[in-house]
Design a protein around this ligand. Structure first.
Ligand code: FMN
Length: 354
């Protein structure tokens, strides 16, 4: 499947490294840098189509200024746009997609699987199928249903380690990816590509995902620590300081309640750093008080984070493996090279009986 992705996205290196859309963080500079480095970058659509139009104009300008250019198909932008469906207006979003024709549109958090089908068909009509449809799912049954109703080109298999929003009930990539791949193949959907997302921050994780049957990897948390991510300094410092990612982050619905991001469909929560907000709630602080204290801290601007801080910051379990803030292109280059080396080394070690 990997080679056919290269036919569709002619600039990509193998294995495919994707930077996920992250609301207000994955902006044009990050998306363009990732694609220019041989990955695929997504601009996070957000909930405001006018702002997205401005962002896409900015992305077009950045792409025009690149030397060498990213070799995409004529009339197709070599970046994607991600939409969180419960918060986005279909008509206005399709209008932007038609105007810019991104290589891929990433759909997430629909209120029902029929909503994915509707979006997929509208986008395909609006772009004469030049824009590929990606859907992020967290379960095998969910993935199969989405494929039946919406026929996406790519399923992003989001495991439980993922930073940001995801399904409360989900497996990690290690079992999700192979079970999803097997089920798709068994049902005749072997043409649907599967990408692994959640907890992958380096070439070892990417190599493992490939062995599990993924056609490439998606990373969010790793790219938070890139120069191009729109992330405050304290957040990046916290990413660098973090250790023991499964312990210093936690999945909880509390984060939405406190941030008052209440539109998420049933079944979703989010993974963020454990901090004072979380600990106070655990010790019985009522949401009303927690919301007010959170607002107070957020209004004061950036913080250093940590257990005393209240500002909610999303991150995946791979965070303990992040040790530097570097250009996004370097992250793509490192992960692709390390993945190949890890696979080679593992085979050599096996053959040598180590
Ligand atoms: C800070 C942050 C913001 C995110 N925002 C979005 C978003 O706006 N839309 C979306 O589809 N996924 C979002 N995600 C989830 C990613 O799509 C992806 O599943 C996740 O980053 C993969 O796991 P990783 O963070 O361990 O790499 C976000 C993730 C993070 C860490």
């Amino acid at each position: 499947m990997g080679s056919s992705l290269q036919l569709i996205y002619p600039w990509i290196r193998s294995p495919l490294v994707v930077c996920s859309p992250m609301l207000r963080i994955s902006q044009p500079a990050l998306a363009v840098a990732v694609s220019h480095a041989g990955g695929l970058g997504f601009v996070a659509g957000g909930y405001d189509a006018d702002e997205l139009t401005l962002n896409m104009e900015n992305a077009v300008d950045l792409l025009k200024g690149l030397n060498p250019p990213v070799p995409s198909q004529t009339g197709v932008l070599p970046i994607g746009i991600g939409f969180v469906l419960w918060g986005c207006d279909l008509e206005r979003s399709v209008h932007v997609i038609q105007q810019f024709v991104p290589a891929a549109v990433w759909l997430f958090a629909a209120s029902s699987n029929d909503q994915y089908a509707l979006w997929a068909s509208r986008i395909r009509d609006a772009t004469q199928r030049r824009t590929q449809i990606w859907v992020q799912v967290a379960g095998v049954k969910e993935g199969l249903e989405v494929v039946r109703v919406a026929q996406p080109d790519v399923l992003v298999a989001q495991g439980n380690d993922a930073g940001g929003h995801g399904m409360k009930r989900s497996a990690s990539v290690i079992s999700l990816v192979p079970e999803l791949r097997d089920s798709l193949d068994a049902q005749g959907f072997n043409h649907t590509a599967v990408l692994a997302a959640g907890g992958i921050v380096d070439g070892r994780g990417a190599a493992a995902a490939l062995v599990l049957g993924a056609d490439g990897v998606v990373m969010g948390t790793r790219f938070l620590a890139s120069r191009e991510a729109v992330v405050v300094k304290g957040y990046q410092q916290e990413l660098l300081r973090a250790e023991d990612g499964g312990v210093c982050t936690v999945r909880s619905k509390l984060f939405d309640r406190v941030k008052e991001t209440n539109g998420w469909p049933e079944g979703y929560n989010g993974r963020a750093f454990v901090n004072r907000t979380f600990l106070d709630a655990k010790n019985g602080m009522p949401d009303k008080q927690n919301i007010s204290l959170h607002k107070q801290e957020v209004s004061q601007g950036d913080t250093d984070g940590g257990l005393k801080a209240r500002t909610i910051r999303y991150a995946g379990t791979g965070v303990g493996l992040i040790h530097d803030v570097v250009p996004a292109a370097e992250i793509v280059a490192r992960v692709t090279a390390e993945a190949e080396n890890s696979l080679g080394e593992t085979i050599n070690n096996l053959k040598a009986g180590n």
